[in-house]
Design a protein around this ligand. Structure first.
Ligand code: IVH
Length: 420
């Protein structure tokens, strides 16, 4: 086998293992075996620099920091979605009624088919693939012009540098959300805290801030993830008939598509999707702030069109916020059974993630000093992954975190610890 054939084989093999590991969460080989393949490719490319390609997995993390992000004009504007803030089932009915009215459907006409998805809480990104190779990644910016964040996006292991197909479209722009899994957010903060460095307020800021780092090595350290949810410019690819089939096609091309999606008919089924996802929301591996409904037929989408940069065929149906800001009313010292002293921040009661939070443990004096919490501070109370078990509180003006205890509406404590 020639060096060039071996290089191609290694690139394909390594990217396949990346997909297994980062997207499917199901590695097929041991880390040491992966490292061996990777080092063999690095050695081969060092020996034969002419074999180096932009889509080589060895090129994910670039060596140099950028000076600035260059502007990128989007081939097709990046739109936003109308938000339905009515968090009750009526939100679904209002959207369906609008769609039916616009489509001039009567009572006797069948139910409209929708693609129902999660609304990921991160940063919108446009990935441009030309002849199957990732050539540019851009933020949304003002919708017309975004920023070139290719170097950072290449560090996201879940994003294929080359589409998994031998018949790649001339141009395929994939739109989706860069986000941070809760597990990666917790790990990042645990490490930052141990190193005495700044912690992240929430996964969304972690993702958005990570992508806007000039040094791709910092972006890489954030452990970012991606979900595809739509298309931009497309050339030389025959579009399927429905949005859900587009997502299936993107999935087959090696792009991460969230499995938590469904086809629903009519408003009652949408409301049921909203309710059932809402129930599981706290147990998802990432934050969502709502669900999204899209008219599934691309032909009907085209008929519905847009109003002021928002498609008439999509809506985001929200949930109650998992974060809220409140004020530190006082700091009490509690005496435990063993005599241990624990400072506790008394908070102005705030309803967040389904519970009323009235106080937050500050653990010990060092922690109080480190967080620099003062009476009168505005803090962000954040519900963590498991519903109602722990909360993160961050001092909004200083962006640090403390663990919180919460009391529910009946005033009972459930932070898992014991109180005097
Ligand atoms: S579709 C034309 N689908 O929500 C519709 N957006 O304003 C374009 N988002 O920042 C967006 N999850 O990045 C779509 N499943 C999803 C989404 C989603 C999150 C974000 C998007 C944008 C905002 C919409």
């Amino acid at each position: 086998m020639s060096a060039s054939e071996r290089a191609l084989e290694l690139r394909t093999e390594i990217e396949r293992h990346n997909h297994q590991y980062y997207v499917l969460d199901a590695p097929l080989i041991a880390d040491a075996d992966y490292d061996r393949l990777f080092r063999e490719l690095q050695a081969l490319e060092a020996e034969h620099p002419e074999l180096l390609t932009v889509d080589s997995p060895t090129q994910r993390v670039g060596g140099k920091a950028l000076e600035t992000f260059l502007p990128v004009r989007h081939a097709l504007p990046m739109l936003s979605i109308r938000t339905e803030t009515d968090i009750e089932a009526s939100g679904s009915f209002a959207f369906d009624a609008r769609v039916r009215r616009e489509l001039k459907l009567g009572e006797g006409d069948p139910a409209v088919e929708y693609a129902a998805e999660l609304k990921f809480d991160g940063l919108a990104i446009n990935l441009r693939y030309e002849d199957g190779v990732l050539v540019r990644a851009a933020t949304r910016g003002d919708g017309e012009t975004g920023e070139d964040v290719t170097a950072n996006v290449r560090t996201v292991g879940q994003i294929p540098l080359r589409l998994h197909t031998s018949e790649a479209p001339r141009v395929l722009e994939v739109r989706g959300e860069i986000y941070m899994k809760r597990r990666d957010f917790e790990r990042f903060n645990a490490r930052a805290q141990a190193a005495g460095e700044k912690t992240l307020v929430n996964p969304r800021n972690g993702a958005a801030g990570g992508i806007r780092q000039l040094d791709p090595r910092i972006a890489a350290s954030r452990l970012l993830s991606f979900f595809a949810y739509g298309l931009g410019d497309v050339q030389g690819w025959s579009l399927p008939e429905t949005h859900s089939a587009v997502l299936d096609a993107l999935d087959a091309l090696g792009l991460p598509v969230c499995a938590e999606r469904a086809i629903r008919r009519g408003p009652a089924e949408l409301a049921e999707f909203h309710r059932s996802v809402g129930e599981r929301r706290g147990n998802l591996p990432f934050d969502i702030d709502g669900v999204v409904y899209k008219v599934n037929s691309l032909a009907l989408q085209a008929r519905l069109g847009f109003v002021s940069r928002e498609p008439r065929w999509a809506v985001a149906h929200k949930y109650a916020a998992e974060e809220a800001s409140t004020e530190v009313l006082g700091i009490d010292i509690q005496v435990g059974r063993t005599g241990a002293l624990t400072p506790v921040a008394r908070l102005a009661p705030v309803f967040v993630g389904g519970v009323t939070v009235t106080n937050a443990t500050l653990h010990n004096e060092d922690e109080v000093r480190r967080k620099d919490v003062h009476v009168g501070d505005t803090v962000i109370v954040r519900r963590a992954g498991d519903v109602g078990v722990t909360l993160h509180v961050s001092v909004s003006n200083r962006i640090s975190q403390i663990m919180a205890m919460s009391s529910d509406d009946n005033g009972s404590m459930f932070n898992g610890g014991t109180l005097p």
